[in-house]
Design a protein around this ligand. Structure first.
Ligand SMILES: CCCCCCCCCCCC/C=C/CC(=O)SCCNC(=O)CCNC(=O)[C@H](O)C(C)(C)COP(=O)(O)OP(=O)(O)OC[C@H]1O[C@@H](n2cnc3c(N)ncnc32)[C@H](O)[C@@H]1OP(=O)(O)O
Length: 286
C-alpha cells in the first residue's frame, strides 16, 4: 500500500520551507513568500479522489500560512495533468462517484477563490480537466512546442458542466469557448497563446518559472485584501452558480455518467488510449 505522509521542513541554507505529500510537493520561498507546488502522480497526474483531496489539503495549508502566491507545475516529463482520472468515471461505484464529484467541486472552488494569486506553469500536455486546472489559476505560462492543451471532452462523448464552461468563457470569451468545447480541439502552444488560453509561452521550464514569479511580483505592493475582493467580485457569478447548484450538479453527473451511452463512449475512448500512441492520439483528434 502506498505510504501517505506529510512532512514540513525548513532548509536553513536555501530559506525554503518544504511541504511534501505523497503526490504533491510544495516549497515556499521564505523571502518572497511564493509557494511552488509540483504535481507528482505518475504516470499522468490524473485527478482521482485521493489526489483532489491532497490538493484541497495543501491549498488550505497555503492559505493558513498566508503565502503571497503559488506556482503550480508538474514534476512529470511530458504531462502537466491528463485531466480527470477516467477510471473514476468508467464503471463507477455510485457512492465513490458522488464523493469524487463533490470533492472535484470543492477543489475547484478552493483553487478558483484562493486568497493569493496563482500561476500555472504548463510543462506538459494538458487536456480537459488538466486544462481546467490551469484555467482556474490567475495566469498561465506554457512551455515548449511539443505539448497540447484544450478541452477534448466532446471526443470522449461527454460534455462540460456550466461552471466549467463559464470558467473558460471568463478566460477566452464566449465564441472561442464554444468552438473550443464543441470541436474538442487540442491546441499547440502557439495556437493556445493566440486564442488566449495561455498568457505567455517560453522555451524551457526554468524561464517559465521566472515568468511566473515575475507575474506574482506584480502583487508585492497590492493589498491582499484588495486583491481578494477584486477577484471575488470578478468571479462571483460562476462561483455563486456552483454554490447554489452543488447538489443538483452532483445528482445529474452521477446519473449521466452511469448511462449506457456515456459508458460505451468511455469504454471506446479507453480502448483508443491503449491502442494509439498518445501523441498520435492527441494530434489525431484535432
Ligand atoms: C482544481 C481542480 C480543477 C479541476 C477542474 C475540474 C473541472 C471539472 C469539470 C469536468 C467536467 C468535464 C470532464 C472532464 C473530463 C476529463 O478530464 S476526462 C480526461 C481527459 N483526458 C484525456 O483524454 C487524456 C488522455 N491521455 C492522453 O492523451 C495521454 O495519456 C497523455 C498525452 C496525457 C500522456 O501520454 P503518455 O505520457 O505517453 O502516457 P500514456 O502511455 O498515454 O498513459 C500512461 C497511462 O496513463 C493512463 N491515462 C492517461 N490519461 C488518463 C486519464 N485521464 N485517466 C486515467 N488514466 C489515464 C493511460 O491509459 C496509461 O495507462 P496504462 O499504462 O496503459 O495502464
Amino acid at each position: 500500500m502506498l505510504r501517505r505522509y506529510i512532512s514540513y521542513t525548513t532548509n536553513k541554507f536555501t530559506n525554503c520551507r518544504h511541504v511534501s505529500q505523497s503526490m504533491l510537493q510544495s516549497t515556499v520561498d521564505e523571502k518572497s513568500g511564493i509557494a511552488t507546488v509540483t504535481m507528482n502522480k505518475p504516470p499522468v497526474n490524473s485527478l482521482n479522489l485521493e489526489f483532489l483531496e491532497e490538493i484541497i489539503t495543501l491549498l488550505n495549508k497555503l492559505q493558513k500560512d498566508k503565502v503571497r502566491g503559488m506556482i503550480l507545475t508538474s514534476g512529470l516529463q511530458k504531462v502537466f495533468c491528463a485531466g480527470l482520472d477516467i477510471k473514476e468515471l468508467y464503471k463507477p461505484n455510485p457512492d465513490r462517484l458522488t464523493k469524487f464529484w463533490t470533492t472535484l467541486q470543492d477543489t475547484w472552488l478552493s483553487l478558483y477563490t484562493t486568497s493569493f494569486p496563482t500561476v500555472s506553469v504548463i510543462n506538459g500536455h494538458s487536456p480537459a480537466g488538466g486544462c481546467m486546472l490551469a484555467m482556474s489559476c490567475d495566469y498561465r505560462v506554457m512551455v515548449g512546442q511539443n505539448y497540447r492543451i484544450g478541452f477534448n471532452e466532446a471526443k470522449l462523448g461527454i460534455f462540460a458542466p456550466k461552471w466549467f464552461q463559464n470558467t473558460i468563457i471568463a478566460v477566452i470569451g464566449q465564441r472561442k469557448a464554444e468552438v473550443s468545447l464543441t470541436t474538442g480541439k487540442m491546441y499547440t502552444t502557439d495556437e493556445a497563446l493566440q486564442i488566449g488560453l495561455v498568457d505567455e509561452t517560453c522555451a524551457d521550464a526554468d524561464s517559465a518559472l521566472k515568468k511566473g514569479t515575475h507575474f506574482l511580483n506584480n502583487f508585492q505592493n497590492i493589498s491582499p485584501w484588495a486583491y481578494k475582493m477584486t477577484k471575488d467580485i470578478n468571479r462571483q457569478s460562476t462561483i455563486q452558480w456552483l454554490i447554489d447548484n452543488k447538489q443538483k450538479d452532483v445528482d445529474f453527473t452521477v446519473e449521466y455518467m452511469q448511462s449506457p451511452g456515456v459508458q460505451k463512449n468511455l469504454e471506446l475512448y479507453l480502448q483508443s488510449l491503449k491502442s494509439l500512441p498518445p501523441l498520435k492520439l492527441i494530434s489525431e483528434i484535432n
